[in-house]
Design a protein around this ligand. Structure first.
Ligand code: PEP
Ligand code: MN
Length: 372
């Protein structure tokens, strides 16, 4: 059970103390308080843990400071969407809103290779009105002999260039606690020119210790990719690890499933799960058409498979797109074959706009028939 308190409830107020004393006396129930400091107001939620079934909603509703009571199901307690649960489905980070109603494009390099390529990418993003990107510095690779990413060496110039070109959020995968420290250090020495969305890659979806570390910090939001060989439920529980440790700024990413059933695509596109994740949880949903499709094939209509997959995710209501671009894909050190060309960025963005408009029309149509 969650007690949602009135906005701006002060912890030092006598009503709040009265509430906590009352809860402390409930037999077999422990409490966990979560405070979310937003730009407009501070929201406090009190989680009641234990057997809350005998507690009548009306009684809990009448306690001091309590605005609303949500009876939660066992699954995805924090991030889940429960019955009569109208808690927020968005968060703000570095001036950018991420929600189940918004759409943000993260076009960029799969892996940082040279400063020149980073700059060409960021310049193109700025020229096309983009404020988010993807830039991999730490690359988990299948072979130990493959390029592993430049790591902390590249962070200062990546962050400085992001500041120069007005990039507000960079999605960047980390695979170890030390990477988080290196990112914090590089942001500090460069004067915080940009923001970071930490990415948990598909190979680490169930690295629970990493999830706990990333969940304990609340500075950076997190994009957690679905595990490529586990069930959706298992991946959603992995996301819940982040929230249970305190970080609710979580985006859930679909990136295709590992199976030869999807051949010739690199992974089997799973974007039909966009609305499913939005129904089961309050997380914004990201799609990664590049790692799903994995190649630059074009169908007879002249549209790249990657753009078809992108449109399929967006027309189903996706809220974020992570997509690989490269100025010279032939020279990319990672995933060149799936990179879109910089000159294709305006086309890609226009294609996204068309798909998003179609989604909005579909949602409006559904609403019209629901109200009729
Ligand atoms: C990536 O986005 O660079 C990546 C490695 O993705 P995934 O974890 O989905 O394979
Ligand atoms: Mn990649």
């Amino acid at each position: 059970m969650i007690l949602v308190l009135s906005p701006d409830t002060r912890p030092e107020s006598s009503e709040y103390k009265q509430l906590l004393t009352h809860l402390a006396n409930l037999p077999g129930i422990s409490t966990r308080v979560h405070t979310e400091v937003g730009s407009e107001q501070t929201l406090t939620e009190v989680y009641l843990i234990g057997n809350t079934k005998p507690l009548p909603i009306e009684d809990m509703q009448s306690l001091p400071c309590v605005e609303r009571v949500v009876r939660i199901s066992e699954e995805y307690r924090v991030l889940g969407r429960h019955k009569n649960d109208n808690r927020a489905t968005y968060f703000d980070y570095n001036g950018v809103r991420f929600g189940q109603d918004t759409l943000n494009i993260f076009a960029g390099l799969c892996a940082v290779d040279t400063l020149e390529h980073v700059e060409l990418m960021m310049q193109a993003l700025r020229d096309n009105g983009q404020i988010c990107t993807r830039m991999g510095a730490y690359k988990p690779r299948t072979s130990p002999y493959s390029f592993q990413g430049h790591g902390k060496v590249c962070l200062p110039y990546v962050f400085e260039l992001a500041g120069k070109y007005g990039i507000k959020v960079i999605a960047m995968e980390i695979t170890h606690e030390s990477h988080l420290e290196e990112i914090c250090e590089a942001l500090y020495v460069t004067g915080n020119p940009t923001g970071i969305m930490l990415q948990i890659g598909t190979r680490n979806t169930q690295n629970f210790e990493l999830l706990k570390i990333v969940g304990r910090q609340q500075e950076f939001p997190v994009l957690i990719k679905r595990g490529f060989g586990i069930t959706l439920d298992e991946s959603l529980n992995a996301a819940e690890y982040l929230a249970s440790e305190g970080n609710r700024k979580v985006v859930f990413g679909l990136r295709g499933m590992k199976t030869n059933m999807g051949d010739p695509h690199r992974n089997f596109v799973d974007f039909a799960h966009v609305p499913v994740v939005k129904r089961l949880t309050r997380m914004p949903v990201c799609i990664d058409p590049s790692h799903s499709v994995g190649l630059r094939a074009t169908s007879p209509d002249g549209i790249l498979d990657i753009m078809h997959a992108t449109a399929q995710g967006i027309i189903a209501g996706a809220n974020m797109v992570l997509v690989d671009f490269h100025p010279v894909p032939g020279k990319a050190l990672v995933d060149g074959p799936q990179a879109l060309l910089i000159k294709e960025l305006p086309l890609f963005l226009e294609d996204v706009r068309i798909a998003r408009q179609a989604y909005e029309q579909r949602a409006a149509l559904a609403e019209h028939y629901r109200d009729a």
